[in-house]
Design a protein around this ligand. Structure first.
Ligand code: DHB
Ligand code: FE
Length: 285
């Protein structure tokens, strides 16, 4: 049986890719952010996930405003990266796990999520930056990319993304292979890249989100997308990816690590590690 070992939420700002390429991790500006991954590296070395489900949003590399699925799931054995124009290096392709993708797709469709299935999919900085942050050696596990529309309104709600994650969690629980699965949510926290409020950050609201996502994610579903844009900025809605990650953690959830740092580029950068104790383990305890 597949076992969900935990979830990681992290920012995906492209400038991080440039800092990695130039080896700036210990510079004054970058250290408070990169040092937040020391714990993550130790945790991953101990937990050794076999595969990662990555909830993120595409920024125009796959889908543009003309055609933008609300939810899209990759079903390939490889996902290439391409130049998005940020001036960061194109990185290696991520491996996929098509049989597990199809299992998740079956589960999602049976649960009423009419997702788009992608047997070809590129991955942008919202996937590659988090993978490089978590596994700097480049030894990434195979991934299942799940793309959530955070760009073209109307967006799905916080509640819907939490349910999407729960559906993925239920499907994983019935996957017959004995594998350890990590779920990842990327983007956020508060940021706005354009318009009059460019540079907007809301530390108080970010801290509320980081507190609630651990044990009371339902509390965050009372905010409409409109509220969220007001409180967290136009791109702060990338927290939808974090909600899906949290939804997939179906067991007893404990926060084991958190780092919050302002700013990285225009963004309030956050990293969180949540452990998920499975039902069987809880019964045995
Ligand atoms: C930035 C943040 C993002 O989420 C993104 O996708 C691109 C840029 C930034 O703060 O620079
Ligand atoms: Fe983004």
């Amino acid at each position: 049986m597949a076992r969900i070992i935990g979830g990681i939420g992290t920012t995906h700002v492209p400038a991080i890719g440039k800092a990695i390429a130039e080896g700036l991790q210990n510079d004054h500006y970058w250290k408070p952010f990169f040092s937040g991954f020391d714990y993550v590296h130790k945790w991953l070395a101990r937990e050794k996930p076999d595969v990662a489900v990555v909830f993120s949003n595409d920024h125009g590399l796959n889908f543009f405003l003309d055609k933008l699925p609300t939810f899209a799931v990759g079903a390939a054995n490889e996902y290439r990266n391409e130049d998005e124009g940020w001036g960061i290096p194109v990185v290696q392709a991520a491996k996929g796990d098509a049989p597990l993708s199809w299992h998740l797709i079956e589960g999602l469709v049976n649960d009423g999520f009419d997702i788009t299935m992608c047997q070809e999919m590129l991955v942008d900085h919202a996937v590659t930056i988090p993978l490089n942050l978590m596994w700097p050696s480049g030894d990434w596990p195979p991934i299942i990319p799940v793309s959530i529309n955070t760009v073209q309104h109307p967006l799905p709600s916080m509640a819907r993304c939490l349910e999407l994650g729960r559906s993925v969690g239920r499907a994983l629980a019935t996957y017959p292979q004995d594998i350890k699965v990590l779920v990842i949510g990327t983007g956020g926290l508060s940021h706005q890249l354009d318009g009059e409020r460019a540079g907007f950050i809301n530390k108080e609201f970010d801290e509320l989100c980081l507190d609630k996502i651990v044990n009371d994610p339902e509390a965050l579903t009372r905010y409409s997308i409109h509220n969220w844009v007001e409180l967290a900025g136009a791109q702060g809605v990338e927290f939808l990816n974090w909600m899906a990650m949290r939804g997939a953690l179906t067991g007893q959830v404990t926060q084991v690590h958190r780092n919050y740092h302002i700013p990285i580029s225009n963004t309030a950068a956050a990293t969180i590690v949540l452990e998920n104790a499975g039902t069987a383990a809880r019964h045995a305890a």
